[in-house]
Write a protein that binds this ligand. Structure first.
Ligand SMILES: Cc1cc2nc3c(=O)[nH]c(=O)nc-3n(C[C@H](O)[C@H](O)[C@H](O)COP(=O)(O)OP(=O)(O)OC[C@H]3O[C@@H](n4cnc5c(N)ncnc54)[C@H](O)[C@@H]3O)c2cc1C
Length: 416
């Protein structure tokens, strides 16, 4: 009997899950509550980053958080408000941001990052590389010596995980990236990193999946579940449409808490807003992505275009754009690159997305113990693109009940 699976959420996690579920021979429907024209999976920086093996909840981010907390131009911001779920999330985040916890979280995060990189290449080969995957690496650029020391320390950690790095001083950096007038002190290059065009990836996946027989429905919000005997019998779409299925996958990004609640589950997660804007036909471009570590700004060359982005703003579910924060991103780029004189684009060219952030920076990936035919895949925070392909394959193992390729115990969905 063919298993009928409903994937809720049409972002990159839902799409990659549908991809591997379909490959395994299942009948798959995707339900997406919006018209599918935008979302967090579209305008992000497009990094595939094994280099990001330090989870978001780490001592560095907590000290940065305190430093910046109330600044209107900071790269990390928490909007003060009375919200119990934020308070609860904040305590757990704080408790996870210790050296000891980080050391525990590095191996599982590294394992899924490495696995997912391979799976991204696999999907790219299958689809005819139509989303511009490039295996060129990524620079971690730094402006001050202390940041440089920290990045060098991380490079040593990366070496212990089997990842090679190349350290460049300012001169070597300018030789590698001519014409940009780089003032950063230096950089650590992670050749293992890759990048792609995220919007193209989303669209290419949809085209592929539709041709492969996956039914993708837009303006189709999951509003309820009928659970009987510990199993989901029917899902409710919109106000009155009830549909039966054998298994349900929740891949609803920042809306995961509201959706799991329908299954009687609880999950801690905060939306972390980030901004990006893409400058077209820049006169001179980077050959590979760069992170400006001191300013927490990401730069991605997309053909002739340059995307810049950053900030982690915990201000709830909203898509308001803060111009001072966007300006701070542009200023950081201009400070580091003499040849780039970026000015504020028009409002239509500014994008924001909500990263689904768990309190430890690790994804939620597992089956529910309470509802037998439910798999949850979300909370990928800053790593949703990096981890999407691997997540899709692992979701398929969870649905089939087969041994996953990566140990999933660190990603249990009931860990908080
Ligand atoms: C500025 C910025 C830069 C980033 N850069 C990178 C990067 O370089 N590399 C990287 O790995 N990650 C990056 N990220 C993070 C990455 O974009 C996210 O982790 C990823 O897009 C999350 O994918 P998702 O499918 O879980 O969520 P989404 O893309 O948010 O998809 C979830 C979907 O579920 C739908 N949904 C919600 N509720 C329901 C419902 N009840 N019924 C039906 N549908 C529903 C939503 O409408 C949404 O479309 C970045 C993020 C930002 C903001």
């Amino acid at each position: 009997m063919t298993l009928k699976v409903a994937v809720i959420g049409g972002g990159i996690i839902g799409l990659c899950s549908a991809y591997y579920l379909r490959k395994a021979g299942m009948e798959v429907d995707i339900f997406e509550k919006t018209d599918g024209s935008d979302g967090c999976s579209f305008g992000n920086a497009g990094y595939i980053s094994p280099s990001h093996f330090i989870p978001l909840a780490s001592p560095g981010i907590v000290s940065a958080g305190f430093k910046y907390l109330l600044s209107p131009v900071s790269p990390f911001y928490i909007k003060p408000r009375l919200d119990l779920s934020l308070v609860h999330w904040g305590f757990k985040f704080w408790a996870n941001a210790t050296e000891k916890k980080v050391e525990v979280h590095i191996p599982p995060l590294n394992a899924i990052l490495q696995f997912s990189r391979e799976k991204t290449i696999e999907i790219s080969n299958d689809l005819g590389n139509n989303f511009d995957l490039q295996l060129k690496g990524c620079y971690m650029m730094f402006r001050n010596a202390r940041t440089g020391d920290h990045e060098t320390e991380l490079a040593h950690k990366a070496a212990r995980l089997g990842m090679g790095t190349i350290v460049l001083d300012n001169r070597a950096l300018n030789e590698a990236e001519p014409g940009l007038g780089i003032s950063a002190l230096g950089a650590v290059l992670y050749p293992i990193d890759a990048h792609l065009h995220p919007g193209k990836w989303v669209r290419a996946m949809r085209t592929y999946l539709t041709a492969a027989g996956v039914n993708i429905r837009y303006n189709a919000e999951l509003t309820g579940l009928e659970i009987e005997g510990g199993k989901i019998q029917n899902i409710r779409i919109g106000t009155s449409e009830d549909l039966s299925c054998d298994h349900v996958v929740f891949a609803t990004g920042s809306w995961l808490p509201q959706v799991v609640e329908k299954a009687g589950l609880r999950l801690l997660l905060q939306p972390g807003k980030g901004y990006s804007t893409t400058f077209e036909n820049v006169p001179v471009n980077l050959s590979k992505p760069a992170i400006l570590v001191d300013d927490r700004v990401a730069m991605t060359p997309l053909g002739e275009n340059l995307r810049v982005g950053g900030t982690m703003e915990l201000s709830g579910i909203n898509h308001d754009i803060s111009l001072p924060r966007v300006q701070a991103i542009l200023n950081a780029v201009n400070r580091n690159f003499e040849a780039l004189r970026l000015t504020m684009p028009t409002r239509e060219k500014l994008w924001c997305g909500l990263r689904p952030v768990s309190p430890d920076g690790l994804p939620y990936l597992g089956n529910s113990a309470k509802v037998k035919n439910l798999t949850v895949a979300g909370g990928h925070a800053m790593l949703g693109i990096s981890l999407a392909a691997g997540t899709g394959q692992l979701v398929t193992s969870l649905v089939l009940g087969s041994k996953p390729d990566v140990d999933l115990s660190a990603f249990r969905i009931d860990r908080y």
